[in-house]
Write a protein that binds this ligand. Structure first.
Ligand code: 8YV
Length: 321
């Protein structure tokens, strides 16, 4: 019998994924689910042939450069891969894979939850009720921003952006989008393309950010861009915290320039800027985009499909490098 390949698994996996890992691999599991820094990653990778990581681990060029030669593949349990220096891995002949498609719908659902939660003041309502402060219904209590029929601007019309657009159509929203390339008419499904992101802002009563984090998209939503939005706009970020300038967003939420924001992601997670917690018009979730049983299982299985292909000498289906 051939030996099972040893794989370093950096975070605790869902039970069904752990079962398959233990069946097919000599899995070095993380029972405590602590987040490994570069030092721990390098030492725990000793004797392993692959790493199954999450976006919580930073696989910088420096860390990748120190990994043992035995590491042939890095499979990340995420669609985003800004935490991995893919070029550094490629230079060392390591394969890198991610998990596209399977989290599209759950992430778009959370984007829409953020949109509705922010617009309709869901947190304030729930808090009032749970704190025992609800003295009864009134015509002017917790009035929010009407959603149906409004204009939504989607920045980044990849899989998740398009899934957000499908949900918006169910709310009769007029969908505008900015993307590096214009989509085909069937993919567009009536959405209005803007080649210039800055020009689109003036149309956006709602904004949904759906593009990956990169040095180019750092602080994309800054003070100048927020100033171009109509007064009372609602901003949703389910992409990455770094695409928003926190100072600018917080100032606009405080001044009333923006009616509300719905956020699922933060710079420096899990330590978000503490000022967000003080803002009643910020609807905040703890990075839950892909957090359904079905999606997390599918993400883990996708990592394993990629590793299975790698160890079988085949092309991994979701190869980035
Ligand atoms: C993951 C995500 O849960 O896939 C992504 O890029 O942001 C989330 O869905 C998280 O990154 C775990 O690695």
């Amino acid at each position: 019998m051939t030996e099972k390949p040893r794989v370093l698994v950096t975070r605790r996996m869902p039970p069904a994924v752990t079962d398959r890992l233990e069946r097919d691999y000599d899995a070095r599991l993380n029972e405590t689910d602590e987040v490994y820094d570069g030092e721990r990653l390098v030492s725990l990778a000793e004797g392993c042939r692959a790493i199954l990581c999450c976006s919580s681990e930073k696989l910088t060029a420096e860390v990748i450069g120190r990994l043992p030669d035995s590491i042939g593949a890095i499979a990340t349990f995420s669609v985003g891969y800004e935490h991995i220096d893919v070029e550094a891995a490629r230079a060392r002949g390591m394969r890198v894979t991610n998990t596209p498609d399977v989290l599209t719908d759950s992430t778009a659902d959370i984007a829409f939850l953020c949109l509705l939660g922010a617009a309709r003041r869901a947190w304030e309502g729930e808090k009032m009720l749970r704190d025992g402060d609800w003295v009864g219904w009134s015509t002017t209590q917790l009035l929010g921003v009407h959603v149906t029929g409004k204009r939504l601007g989607i920045f980044g019309m990849g899989r998740i952006g398009r899934a957000v657009a499908r949900r918006a159509r169910g709310f009769d929203m007029e969908v505008h989008y900015h993307n590096r390339r214009r989509l085909d008419a069937d993919e567009e499904a009536g959405a209005i393309y803007h080649a210039d992101a800055d020009e689109m802002l003036a149309h956006c009563q709602f904004v949904s950010l759906n593009f990956p984090a990169s040095p180019e998209t750092e602080n994309f939503l800054n003070a100048e861009r927020i100033a171009r939005l109509p007064d009372g706009a609602v901003v949703v970020n389910s992409a990455r915290g770094t695409v928003v300038d926190d100072d600018a967003l917080i100032a606009a939420l405080k001044s009333g320039k923006l009616a509300a924001a719905g956020l699922d992601v933060y710079r420096g997670e899990p330590k978000l800027d503490p000022r967000y917690r003080e803002l009643p018009n910020a609807f905040l979730l703890p990075h839950m985009g892909s957090a359904t049983v079905e999606t997390r299982d599918a993400m883990g299985f996708k990592c394993l499909d990629n590793l299975d292909a790698f160890f079988a000498g085949q092309e991994p289906p979701d190869a980035l490098a």
